[in-house]
Design a protein around this ligand. Structure first.
Ligand SMILES: NC(=O)c1ccc[n+]([C@@H]2O[C@H](COP(=O)([O-])OP(=O)(O)OC[C@H]3O[C@@H](n4cnc5c(N)ncnc54)[C@H](O)[C@@H]3O)[C@@H](O)[C@H]2O)c1
Length: 251
């Protein structure tokens, strides 16, 4: 399959977990070039060497705090300078600290919303002029089952940030449909990545039992849904959410 040939993507939070799997899958599908934007330089460096060894895709790594507007604008400009276009944006970077309601301060509420939600606004706003110029674009945002059932980790701001992602995506879908820019969400259940390590074995067990499939998902299973939304097979889908959660929303 050469679905992503001649396409350029930005994957935020691409150093680890789901973002890393998305980057690998895009490269496997012959994407022309990829920018990986993350704060973990060593992991990005190691990933770019690995991808360039195994695939033909060009890889740019950019140490970018996606909650910082100047840094985001610089990362998108770098992508344009290197590759001349940006067709696909995957808003994936996120944090999920365990903070109970009683300990939620305005400071950690604001920090979570800026990393998980404001980042998606900033990255979308920065890439949209280039997508509008080409009349082509795929905006793919990563939400969470927490947006639908309340925060599974006890941090209220996490669920709120992930519900905000869905509203942002729907707004962008309506606003830019006439310019052939599609905006969709992939909403994971519990996926086995470093973000869930801090949850502790007890919580991970609870998540496994919560899913009718009785296991966590793999980052690859999530990346497959992102790939579908990035490729030509999803050309009539916008403003939608794909749930990848082992049936966790079933009662
Ligand atoms: N793993 C799950 O169970 C699960 C469930 C629901 C939603 N999600 C969402 O999936 C996305 C990916 O998470 P993951 O599970 O792969 O976790 P992960 O921790 O492996 O990956 C998250 C990546 O985001 C990066 N990041 C964090 N803050 C950043 C910042 N300010 N700027 C740039 N990069 C930053 C991290 O360095 C990391 O590489 C997140 O948005 C997360 O909320 C994950």
């Amino acid at each position: 399959m050469n679905d992503l040939k001649n396409k350029v993507a930005i994957v935020t939070g691409g150093a680890s977990g789901i973002g890393r799997s998305v980057a690998e899958l895009f490269a496997l599908q012959n994407i022309s070039a990829l920018t990986i934007a993350d704060i973990q330089s060593d992991l990005m460096h190691e990933l770019s060497i690995d991808l360039e060894k195994r695939f033909d895709s060009k890889v740019l790594i950019s140490k970018t705090d996606v909650s910082n507007q100047a840094a985001v604008n610089q990362m998108v400009q770098q992508t344009i300078d290197c590759f001349g276009q940006v067709d696909i944006l995957v808003n994936n970077a996120g944090i999920c600290p365990m903070v109970p309601w009683e300990e939620t301060t305005l400071e950690n509420w604001n920090q979570l919303l800026s990393v998980n939600l404001t980042s998606a606004f900033l990255c979308s706003q920065a890439v949209l002029p280039y997508m509008r110029e080409k009349k082509y674009g795929r905006l793919i945002h990563i939400s969470s089952v927490g947006a639908f059932i309340g925060s599974v980790t006890g941090h209220v701001a996490y669920g709120v940030s992930k519900a905000g992602i869905i509203a942002l995506s729907k707004y962008l879908a309506k606003q830019f449909a006439s310019e052939k820019i599609l905006s969709n969400v992939v909403s994971p259940g519990s996926i086995d990545t470093p973000i869930t390590e801090s949850f502790g074995e007890e919580n991970k067990k609870r998540f496994r039992e919560f899913s009718p499939l009785k296991r966590q998902g793999t980052p690859q299973e999530l990346a497959e849904a992102v790939l579908f939304l990035a490729g030509s097979g999803s050309s009539y889908i916008t403003g939608s959410t794909i749930h990848v959660n082992g049936g966790s929303l079933l009662i």
